[in-house]
Design a protein around this ligand. Structure first.
Ligand code: TYD
Length: 215
């Protein structure tokens, strides 16, 4: 059992399979005796579920209001779920985090990456993940993966999703020690295996928490 927490986030475009991989990683860690907390943004808390509804199904949301609502959801998730879990020594596995805001609001919505990152750093008191897994799915494959009715963000055009993907790839290139890029077209089990290997290395290496500073 680790004596300090580990914070793992999953990022990627819509339909990349993050939710499945979050669940598989959490199950695998639990089988090995780790305390594990799963969360998602937006909507990892009661307050967050209200915010999620407003953001995705509540009608028009102007770009700055959108950025602030995602940051408010995150602030509450960190304060009430993520930090307490890390302080207990648990592993936190999050379906999206700050990098989603920087990619979606900062770049694709043109609000400015630095400003949006600053907003989230304030909201989270500079909590950055130990490891971020980017499930990389070519934009052309997104439509085929999304069943049912698209939410407000999913319904944005291919240029928006291409801009999001470009940003994620640039983040991963700039910070390779934090990011693991995996081709989301690989099979579910193969992806899960690649993720486990990297998480196991982090847990064994005891690198967690040490690097948790503002970027
Ligand atoms: P999510 O529930 O992860 O949807 P999916 O499973 O389809 O990927 O996220 C909902 C939407 O919110 C998604 O389209 C991405 C968007 N989003 C942002 O634009 N900014 C953010 O900070 C976050 C966390 C999500």
């Amino acid at each position: 059992m680790p004596d300090m927490g580990l914070f793992v986030t999953f990022e990627g475009g819509d339909g990349a399979g993050k939710t499945t991989q979050v669940r598989l990683l959490a199950e695998w860690l639990r089988e090995r005796g780790h305390g594990v907390v799963e969360t998602r943004e937006p909507g990892g808390t009661e307050l967050g579920r209200h915010i999620r509804r407003l953001l995705l199904h509540g009608g028009e949301v102007s770009p700055r209001a959108e950025a602030l609502l995602y940051a408010a959801d995150r602030a509450h998730d960190v304060a009430t779920v993520i930090r307490p879990a890390l302080d207990r020594g648990d592993v936190v596995v999050a379906d999206r985090y700050v990098d989603s805001s920087v990619a979606y609001q900062g770049a694709a919505r043109s609000l400015g990456k630095d400003e949006v990152r600053e907003l989230s750093m304030w909201a989270t008191e500079s909590l950055i993940p130990d490891l971020t897994v980017f499930l990389d799915l070519p934009t052309g494959d997104i439509a085929g993966r999304l069943g049912g009715t698209a939410d407000r963000i999913e319904a944005a055009g291919p240029e928006f999703h291409e801009a999001v993907r470009r940003e994620y790839r640039a983040f991963a290139e700039a910070e390779p020690e934090r990011w693991l890029v995996v081709d989301a077209r690989k099979g579910i089990d193969e992806i899960a295996g690649i993720v486990r290997e990297r998480v196991a290395a982090r847990l064994l290496g005891g690198e967690a928490a040490g690097g948790r500073r503002a970027p």
